[in-house]
Design a protein around this ligand. Sequence first.
Ligand code: NAP
Ligand code: ZN
Length: 349
Amino acid sequence: MPISVVGYAAHSATSELVPYSFERRDPKADDVVIEILYCGVCHSDLHTARNDWGWTAYPIVPGHEIVGRVTAVGKDVTRFKAGDHVGVGCLVDSDRSCEHCEKGHEQYCDHGVFTYGGQDKDGSMTQGGYSSQVVVSDRFVLKVPDGLDLKGAAPLLCAGITTYSPLRHWNVKKGDKVAVTGLGGLGHMAIKLAKAMGAEVTLFSRSPGKENDARRLGADHVVISTDEKQMAAVRAKFALIIDTVPYDHDLNPYIPTLNVDGTLVLVGYLGPLGTPLNTAHMILKRQAVAGSLIGGLPETQEMLDFCGQHGITADVEMIAMDGINHAYERMLKSDVKYRFVIDMATLKG
Ligand code: NAP
Ligand code: ZN
């Protein structure tokens, strides 16, 4: 029998999220049924609700930083049992057989199914974690390590893995100089994770008021990106820059702060750049501008285990479900410290 759930959905790009009832599929043999306890609020949720990327189909229930408790499992599920604390991130399915899935890089599968707004195998549209329950195939369910605070663990499922994956891919190790652009949900996780990997971490921010927080979170240095003098002082410094800024911005001021062979990885803004990239510095110093999408399932579990070992969680501000529209407005003003997390107990059925 399909499962009736309640949630919050956007019905158009310009309307607020409102209560919404819908159904989850009848659980299959490999499915895990999860009661959602907490769901982080990612800037991607806002981009999707407001159709910033032009592909949103409505109604849409956002949310892909899900932590919950297993309430039932299908007969083929061996890794999970009722009562386990589990997580679900941005992906709930893929073709499971292409070269990317075989390497555990499901995020790059051409048939990946996103947690919300994706087309599920049965043709229905997936709906996300701003809801009471979710049904997910066991391959796409993650174990939350014992001892991690569940509220602070929720944002690891997107903000955590999206920053962990490029730090690993570009092989960040002790002593490497890493910069992070933008101190929001992704940015604050990037600082914590890079620091735990032993890097010397610099924050690029537009907001002078965030300096003390940045240092508390683990940044060794803070550079105000609009201050030319401060930018000049970090010339040729970084091996890697992780850029989390959600909107179009000029990348050219950042390129000279990369060392020879340095890479600027975009994880935030998705779309054409308004200011063309000047290739001169990149060629003279063998530098790259790259992109990176979340992380695959094995790497997401690795990240959660890494966070378990190092005691890393997000700094969260808890909100009630009906506070989501206000939270979006604050997010647009960069007023997030440093991730909103919805307490699903506030969602009235
Ligand atoms: P967030 O919490 O809103 O933080 C973004 C930060 O960027 C802000 O706190 C601000 O930091 C800076 N910023 C915001 N607007 C800016 C602007 N117009 N110009 C310059 N800086 C600006 O957002 P988030 O949840 O971390 O998400 C960041 C982006 O990553 C979003 O676009 C989201 O869709 C994307 N994302 C990508 C992936 C992926 O797989 N690649 C996964 C998740 C999210 P300062 O005040 O310090 O400047
Ligand atoms: Zn996200």
